[in-house]
Design a protein around this ligand. Sequence first.
Ligand code: BES
Ligand code: MN
Ligand code: MN
Length: 465
Amino acid sequence: MADAAKRNSYLDENQNRFIEQLQQWLAIPSISTLSEHKADVARAADWVRERLQAIGFPEAKTIATTGHPLVYAESMLDKNTPTLLVYGHYDVQPVDPVKEWQTPPFEPTIRDGNIYCRGASDDKAQVMLVLAALEAWFAVNGALPINVKILLEGEEEAGGASITRYVQDNPELLQADAALICDTHMVHPEQPSLVTSLRGILYTEITVSGAKTDLHSGSYGGVAPNPIHALCILINRLKGEDGVIQIPELAAATPTPTAAEKSFLQEDPLHIQDALCTEMGVTELVGEKNYPPLERLGVRPTLEVHGIRGGFTGEGAKTVIPATALAKVSLRLPANIDPDDAFTWLQKAVRRNMPAGHRVQLTNLHSGKGFYIHPDSRYIQAASQALESVYGTPPVFMREGGSIPIAALFDTILKTPVVLMGFGLPDDTIHAPNEKFSLDQFNKGMKTVADFLGRLAGQPTGPAT
Ligand code: BES
Ligand code: MN
Ligand code: MN
């Protein structure tokens, strides 16, 4: 049996063990944004470090940071062979609304060919399938076909400040010919895809204040400022019912897709649009009428309100005019736009549109730049061939609406081309209740990554073309 077939048999024969190990990891509630889970995040880091040590990275280590630990491992064989930098994250999103989960969020459960758990698709199963592919090379061939560096973080869902600093401080250690990130999804289980662009993100908090204290709405209603109402007016002025964002500098900096891309977005040959209403459980799409839905999803900027806090929401009625109100607001940004510029533009728009009689403050909670890679990159071509060898059909190239700030950092600081080859599916409901990952995708994913590693072995080292 040829080696590739041996590796695939090894992966098939050991899949159940991989899934059992994944279940152990998933059961650790590594929610990075909640301080009461700090010890769990550290446990999840230790768990994956031990796993790396077991499969063939005896020197794998956790690196303490001011936030959550990083995990680093490498297997360096030969400086004349290419080096792949693998990135993933072991932190997960919070679980609320918890009553919407069919089984408890941290009790990994297998149903209908899927594994359900918070963090299943985003990103623990995807990290685990890469580890399985690496293990198959160690077990069948005694070594990896290329040099591999692995860097995992536990702060991705919290803005990734520690890994940002680590990459800035250690460009030589992390030097690589290409990077692999499995933290996105494909368009369809039978249609593989590679992500060629990610949007950037700017996440802010808007605080509005009025009177020095809460006021009786009978005694002061009619003359008092109401920060909640003012916040609603502000938000509506920033983006009204037509979905158009009223930030002129942002509009001016937003690129127009090429004619070829525009017709792909318009024609939607894969019928991605049809599934959207079903996935969301709605009857119609909203947003900018002048742009096709695919362009609104992957290319156009967005402005979304994530939450509003203020005033009285307890049981019964209380006649009060609140003194303050707060909103969490984010912008998704086309890949070419610098989030710091976007912050300045938003700040100006907020000041200009704030109703009189209120004070407003805008805070930048975190941001990350978008990312673009040309499909002709030889690493994208290698990933394409790997996907085709396993799925039997070549991938399509997609622009993704989500953000992975580390991709831009690898690209700009390390000058490393990034392959975004994820195996999630559109209905994995990441960040939401009943997150899942398909076991069939797990199987195909590990085989694809094992194949991809082999294809890189034949590549020249040095700057990419
Ligand atoms: N894996 C996601 C990014 C993603 C989402 C890729 C959807 C493909 C499809 C990642 O973990 C994530 O959630 N990123 C955050 C950004 C971060 C700075 C909080 C996001 O996109 O909101
Ligand atoms: Mn992720
Ligand atoms: Mn996420």
